[in-house]
Design a protein around this ligand. Structure first.
Ligand code: ADP
Ligand code: ADP
Length: 224
């Protein structure tokens, strides 16, 4: 489904130059639960952002189902990105002035879906993550774990084939983290591909493939 070929990412120039990724080669198939692991600063987020088309490589190519993404225009890439993937971040990134329900409805506004459809779907997604009693709460009225579940519901709004998650449990206590991981696991069992960044060794039990990075290079790929 995704093929990364000889990808390099270099930030800055001269003295300030950082080689974040060095010649990355990776293939991800539909239905996998991929974990990108490694120490802080090794390039995990950079690789995730390139896989999710939020960022572009300095050199090399990313193919989606055989299509070369670098030949897409910025606009085409944005449309494609919305269609294929949903994103979940460590900091939740919910909009503070909107309720849980409104946050989940938001991505659907960009489509032509009518209001009733959006509302019904947002409610269904919030129910799926166990928040049917919290739909009218604002982010500050929710715990970290609940906010992350809203963020997952939002990521699902456009029926993505892939969930990209950057340290989704990084700000959560272990119990809420487990709730979030179990939701990701259920989604994976329904056929959604999960690509997740973490440095938490104990989460590898959820993965079907572990990509270990060090200093911008893949040092090992473990298939389970
Ligand atoms: P990780 O997610 O493993 O912590 P990152 O992908 O965030 O690593 O960063 C990899 C390296 O690239 C680090 O040295 C980081 O400081 C650098 N880096 C990341 N993003 C940028 C950026 N936008 N500009 C300059 N350097 C960056
Ligand atoms: P996380 O640890 O959650 O991945 P980071 O703090 O590493 O987040 O990075 C947050 C944002 O800052 C990212 O968009 C990343 O690209 C950017 N960033 C990281 N390192 C640098 C850097 N050295 N210079 C500029 N931007 C950076």
């Amino acid at each position: 489904m995704i093929k990364v070929k000889n990808v390099w990412k270099i930030y800055g120039k001269g003295e300030a130059k950082t080689i974040a990724l060095k010649n990355i080669n990776l293939e991800i198939e539909k239905g996998e639960f991929v974990m990108i692991m490694g120490p802080s600063g090794c390039g995990k987020s950079t690789l995730l952002n390139i896989l999710g088309l939020l960022d572009v490589p300095t050199k090399g190519a990313v193919h989606y189902k055989g299509r070369k993404t670098s030949s897409m225009s910025e606009n085409e890439r944005a449309v494609f990105r919305r269609k294929i993937g949903g994103f979940v971040f460590q900091q939740f990134h919910l909009i503070k002035t909107l309720t849980a329900l409104e946050n989940v409805e938001l991505p659907m506004m960009l489509d032509e879906k009518d209001k009733r459809y959006r509302r019904r779907k947002a409610k269904k997604l919030l129910k799926m993550v166990g928040l049917e009693k919290r739909i009218n709460h604002y982010p500050h009225q929710l715990s970290g774990g609940q906010q992350q579940r809203v963020a997952i519901a939002r990521a699902l709004a456009n029926d993505p084939k892939i969930i990209f998650a950057d340290e989704p449990t990084g700000n959560l206590d272990s119990k809420s983290g487990e709730v979030v991981m179990n939701i990701l696991k259920e989604l994976n069992e329904k056929g959604i591909t999960i690509i997740m960044v973490t440095h938490e060794q104990e989460l590898t039990r959820y993965a079907s493939k572990i990509v270990k990075l060090k200093d911008g290079e893949i040092v090992e790929i473990v298939e389970k």
